[in-house]
Write a protein that binds this ligand. Structure first.
Ligand code: F6P
Length: 565
C-alpha cells in the first residue's frame, strides 16, 4: 500500500524543512531580484503573488514533484469526466459540469447530463426574468420585493457570499435575506417588517430533510398563512432548489417551481446549480452566467496549465508545505474588501468539510495532517482584532490576502488606504521589526508568510474564478492527502444524535452520558409538557434522508444506519 510519508519526495521535503529552518523570506528576495516575477501568476482577471512564502526554489521544486508523483492528473481527469470519485457515497463529483459551457457531453451512468443542466439553467433564466421584471405576481397581484433564502451550509453560504460580494450589481427593487440558523431569532429578525404579499421564499436544500431548513421553512409558511394568503397561495410565494422534488411538492411547492439539481453536486460546491437562484435573481441571469464563465475559465486553466504555472496547484502545494512540514494548524483568509466579508465563512465550509478527514479513500487512518482550520475576517478590521497575534504571537499562521484593484468611483481615497494597508501588512509580516537588532517587546519577528491575490475588479466573472480557484486548491490537497474531499460523515453523526436527543426530551433516558442527561434535565425544565410527538416529528425530519452509508461508530445511543445527505 502506498505510504505518502514514506515516499522519497516526502522525505526529501522533511530534509529540506530541516535545512531551511533558519531561512528568511527577506533573504530569498535579496538572493533573487527576479523572485516576484518568477513567483507571481495571472489567470484571467486574477493575479496571484506567492513570492512572500517560506519556499525556496528547491522546496518549490520538491513540492511540484509531490504533485507529479501523486494521482492528481488521473483524479482530475476522473472528476471532470464524471467518474465516481466520491467513493463512500458512490457518486461522481460534477460541480464543474454545472459551469461547463462547451458542447461536449458529460456522462453520468452512461447518460449525458448536459441537456438537463441546460434545461435547469433555462428554468432559472425564465424565473429570474419573471421576478426581476415584475411579471411574477404574488397572490394579491403585487410584484416581489423581498427574497428570503432558507437554507444552511452549502445551501446558504455560497449564494449568501455571492449576493453580498456582488451587491453593486443587485436589482434595485429587490432585497435579499438569508435565514440559516435554527435559532428562531434568525427567521424572526428577517420576517419582521416583510410584507407577505411581496415576499418570495426559496427553500434551498439538497435533501429537503435538513432539520434547520425544514423548521425555518414551516415557520415561514405559517407566517405567510397567518398574515396573508391561503394554502392555495403558497405556490406563488414559495419555490425550492432541491434534488428531492417529491418532498418539495409535499411541502406545497408547485412542480414547475422546483429547481432541481443532482446528487453528484456536493452541497458546498452547489452555488453554480439551482442553489445559486438568489444570485441569478439579484444580479440577473446574464450576471449569473458570467459567474459560471469565470469558474469555467479557471477550470480550463486548472485542467491545462503545467503544475508549475497552475494557480490552484501552487496554492495547494504551499498549503501542504505549511501544514505537513511547518506545523501550521490554520489558514487565515483576510479579504481586504468589505464586499467579501462572507468569503471566510464560505471557504471554511468548502475546505474544512471537504478535507477535515482522518482516513484515506480506503478507510485507513492517515499518519499525516490533513485539512487546516480555516478562519478569517476582512481587513482592515483584522488589524484591530487578531493581527497582534499574527505579528507577535507564538503561532505560525499563513495568510491569504485578497483584494480587488479597481476603486469604487467617489471612494478612491478609501480604496487607496485599503490597498496600501494590505500591502503594508504583508510586508510587515514578512520583514518584521527588529529594533536594535534584538528581539524585545516592541519587535515583531517577521518571516511570516502570505499570498496576495488581486482581482482586477470584483465582477461576477472574477468572483466565479476566485471560488473555482479555491475549490480546485481544496481538491488538489485532498488528492495529495489521498482522502475523499466529497463526503461528510462527521456531519451526519451530529444530525443523527440531534434527532435522538430531541426525541427523548421527556424521557429519563439512560441512552446518553451523564453530562448530556444532566443538561437535558435543565433544558427539560423550560419545555414543560413538550409534545413528544412533535419532538418525534422533528427527529424524523432530521433522520429522513435517503438510506445510504455506514452506521455510526461509538457512542451509546442506539443509532440506525448513517444516512448520506
Ligand atoms: O453540513 C452538512 C450538510 O450536508 C452540507 O454538506 C450541506 O451543504 C448542508 O448540510 C445542507 O444540506 P441540505 O442542502 O441537504 O439542506
Amino acid at each position: 500500500m502506498f505510504q505518502l510519508t514514506r515516499s522519497v519526495t516526502w522525505q526529501a521535503l522533511e530534509r529540506l524543512c530541516r535545512e531551511t529552518a533558519k531561512d528568511r523570506i527577506h533573504d530569498y528576495f535579496a538572493a533573487d531580484p527576479a523572485r516576484f516575477d518568477k513567483m507571481s501568476l495571472r489567470v484571467g482577471g486574477l493575479f496571484l503573488d506567492y513570492s512572500k512564502h517560506l519556499v525556496s526554489d528547491a522546496v518549490l521544486e520538491k513540492l511540484l514533484e509531490l504533485a507529479d508523483h501523486s494521482a492528481l492528473v488521473q483524479r482530475r481527469a476522473q472528476m471532470f469526466s464524471g467518474d465516481i470519485i466520491n467513493v463512500t457515497e458512490d457518486r461522481p463529483v460534477l460541480h464543474t459540469a454545472l459551469r461547463h459551457l462547451g458542447d461536449s457531453p458529460v456522462f453520468v451512468d452512461g447518460e449525458d447530463v448536459m441537456p438537463e443542466i441546460r434545461r435547469t439553467r433555462e428554468q432559472i433564466q425564465r424565473f429570474s426574468e419573471a421576478i426581476r421584471s415584475g411579471e411574477w405576481k404574488g397572490y394579491s397581484g403585487k410584484r416581489i420585493k423581498d427574497v428570503v433564502n432558507i437554507g444552511i451550509g452549502g445551501s446558504d453560504l455560497g449564494p449568501n457570499m455571492a449576493c453580498r460580494a456582488l451587491l453593486k450589481y443587485r436589482h434595485p427593487e429587490l432585497s435579499f435575506h438569508f435565514v440559516s440558523n435554527v435559532d428562531g431569532t434568525h427567521i424572526q429578525k428577517v420576517l419582521n417588517g416583510l410584507d407577505p404579499e411581496t415576499t418570495l421564499f426559496i427553500v434551498s436544500t439538497k435533501t429537503f430533510s435538513t432539520q434547520e431548513t425544514l423548521l425555518n421553512a414551516k415557520t415561514a409558511r405559517r407566517w405567510f398563512l397567518d398574515n396573508a394568503g391561503e394554502d392555495a397561495d403558497v405556490g406563488a410565494h414559495f419555490v425550492a432548489a432541491s434534488t428531492n422534488r417529491k418532498a418539495a411538492m409535499a411541502f406545497g411547492i408547485r412542480e414547475e417551481n422546483v429547481f432541481e439539481f443532482w446528487a453528484w453536486v456536493g452541497g458546498r460546491y452547489s452555488m453554480w446549480s439551482s442553489i445559486g437562484l438568489p444570485i441569478a435573481l439579484s444580479i440577473g441571469f446574464d450576471g449569473f452566467m458570467e459567474l459560471l464563465e469565470g469558474a469555467h475559465e479557471m477550470d480550463e486553466h486548472f485542467i491545462s496549465a503545467p503544475f508549475a504555472e497552475n494557480m490552484p496547484v501552487l496554492m495547494a502545494l504551499i498549503g501542504i508545505w505549511y501544514i505537513n512540514f511547518q506545523g501550521a494548524e490554520t489558514q487565515a483568509i483576510v479579504p481586504y474588501d468589505q464586499a467579501l466579508h462572507q468569503l471566510p465563512s464560505f471557504l471554511q465550509q468548502l475546505d474544512m468539510e471537504s478535507n477535515g478527514k482522518s482516513v484515506d479513500i480506503f478507510g485507513h487512518p492517515v499518519d499525516y495532517k490533513t485539512g487546516p482550520i480555516v478562519w478569517g475576517q476582512t481587513g482592515s478590521n483584522g488589524q484591530h482584532a487578531f493581527f497582534q497575534l499574527l505579528h507577535q504571537g507564538t503561532r505560525f499562521v499563513p495568510i491569504d490576502f485578497i483584494a480587488s484593484l479597481k476603486p469604487e468611483p467617489g471612494f478612491e481615497d478609501h480604496h487607496f488606504a485599503l490597498l496600501t494597508n494590505m500591502l503594508a501588512q504583508a510586508n510587515a509580516f514578512m520583514e518584521g521589526s527588529q529594533e536594535g537588532g534584538q528581539l524585545d517587546p516592541y519587535s515583531c519577528p517577521g518571516n511570516r508568510p502570505s499570498s496576495t491575490l488581486l482581482l482586477d475588479e470584483l465582477t461576477p466573472k472574477n468572483l466565479g474564478a476566485l471560488i473555482a480557484l479555491y475549490e480546485h486548491k481544496v481538491f488538489v490537497q485532498g488528492v495529495i492527502w489521498n482522502i475523499n474531499s466529497f463526503d461528510q460523515w462527521g456531519v451526519q453523526l451530529g444530525k443523527r444524535i440531534a434527532g435522538e436527543i430531541s426525541e427523548r426530551i421527556d424521557e429519563r433516558t439512560q441512552d446518553f452520558d451523564a453530562s448530556t442527561q444532566g443538561l437535558l434535565a435543565l433544558v427539560r425544565q423550560h419545555f414543560p409538557g413538550r409534545d413528544p410527538a412533535r419532538a418525534a416529528d422533528q427527529a424524523e425530519a432530521a433522520k429522513t434522508a435517503p438510506e445510504q452509508g455506514s452506521p455510526a461508530k461509538g457512542g451509546k445511543a442506539k443509532r440506525g444506519k448513517e444516512q448520506a445527505q
